[in-house]
Design a protein around this ligand. Sequence first.
Ligand code: DGT
Ligand code: CA
Ligand code: CA
Length: 583
Amino acid sequence: MSAPAKAAGLPIGVDNQQIAEVFEEIAELLALQDANPFRIRAYRNAARTLRGEEHPLAERIAAGQALPKLPGIGHDLTEKITELARSGECQLLNRLRREVPPGLGELLQLPGIGPKRAHQLYHELGVDSLAALREAVAGGRVRRLSGFGRTLEDKLRRALASRTSGQQRYLLPQAAAQAGPLLDYLKQLPLVERALIAGSYRRRRDTVGDLDVLLQADAQDGQAMAAVLRFPAIAEVFASGATRASLGLRGGMQVDVRIVAADSFGAALQYFTGSKAHGIALRRRAQAQGCKLNEYGLFRDGNKLAGRNEADIYQALGLPPIPPELREDSGEIDAAEHNRLPRLIELDDLRGDLHCHTNASDGHDSLRQMALAAQRRGWQYLAITEHSRRLSVAHGLDTDRLLRQLDEIDRLNDELHGLTLLKGIEVEILADGSLDLPDELLARLDIVVGAVHSHYQLSRARQTARLQRAMDSPHFNILAHPCGRLLLQREPYPLDIERVIAHAKQRGCFLELNAQPQRLDLDDHCCRLAKHQGVLLSIASDAHRASDFDLLEFGIGQARRGCLEAADALNSRSLAQLRRLLR
Ligand code: DGT
Ligand code: CA
Ligand code: CA
């Protein structure tokens, strides 16, 4: 069978194998929740059926045809398949991924550990990661669980010892959730004068490998480190001395701790903030000036020129301080040397947010709650951009429901002071680049944000042409999460982003920097490309609840890594300027 001609060779969305993978993951996560075995088996069986099914089901759904009767696939699973075919996502899977601690899946890779025992470890001992299991094994607690015993515990100890940990990476909020309590603890220690996290976390990289903690304290007698090691959420101490330690946290992250004296704190901060490439380039510069730079300070002929403050190191090397977000050896030292460092954008530069949802589609808070939260932030505007009808999993709006929301926005705007709600939509960009709602309706809106939530598998050329065509629509304003990546989960789809940026420039459109920490899309590199072409970016929260406006902090971090200044952001503009730019 083939897609209908009118859909212009409608591309194949998710294929059967991908649907099978989703079902297998659901089965595994359900098992980790110790769910009903029949339900788990239903997903496993359905996955098996799908692996052997040659008709691409998603194509049938796209063509509006009924699905063939398949063994083990009843009403419920058919709905899941339809959801996946339409949106490329599965809400149940998303929910399970949120509910089941990510570290639990790792336990399954150990000998003798299946879902049942993993569930038992979690519920009876609170073990939710390899690091936590190490601790439980070390404490002799595992052998006491029913069905475990000493033999299995020994086996686990050997398996754990042979694994190198710390290779996993973490999203910024996951890292923050582990770093926050640790920093709070360290800061209240009487012996600790200063505590900071350096490394990729300070540089606001999109994912973080480990935490590099820097403490200012007197390390001499080992008292300071002893106090550090009393932090309750430590699962394992890999190594420790008076000035350095390497730890595993219960949350799974690894931490490198260094204790340094006040007169080299700045040098250590500079060194351990990295990146390695930036550090090497800076050291080369020091050498060219007849100096030596290391984590203790900047020296010439054995005399210390700087070390106490980070900024002093740069200054002694003839440079203004370089913001951590730029330290990737991608031109920042040269720019600093010629006084061309950008004045990086800050959260306070934003005058509003141009992408958010309410409970009219898949958000949690009401329009009023979102508006009041925006008002409390002192914003001038907030664009309400629900999903459109085609994204049925997200309860997307059709014409009638959108019109009703527009009336509601009018009423609220009469009432609100200081804040203007803009009428918008996050309209689905269909496979061929057309939009999911009629032009007459889009014409009534203040702002049209377009997004791709399906058909990720198109060729690079077709995906690029699809987005270009979407921007050709007369009412199109902003391309949401342009590259479609989901960090640690899904690669961006093949796309000629430079062409897309050039097309946006030509069409007077804008691109989004989506601040959701699993997206951060555009990424830093693409931000630079857009800035270079003079295409303004909407740094947007994509909030689904009022508290999500806080996520803008992550978007700003990425924007700064992308060299963006306030003037490079669409939503740093006043309402009047914004309206002009949106035409
Ligand atoms: P991550 O943890 O993988 O997200 O990335 P980073 O940048 O935090 O890297 P990490 O934790 O291995 O090291 C922290 C910083 O320490 C790194 O950014 C720069 C510095 N550093 C580590 N190893 C070296 C090295 O061999 N040479 C130099 N110059 N600096 C290093
Ligand atoms: Ca690190
Ligand atoms: Ca490290």
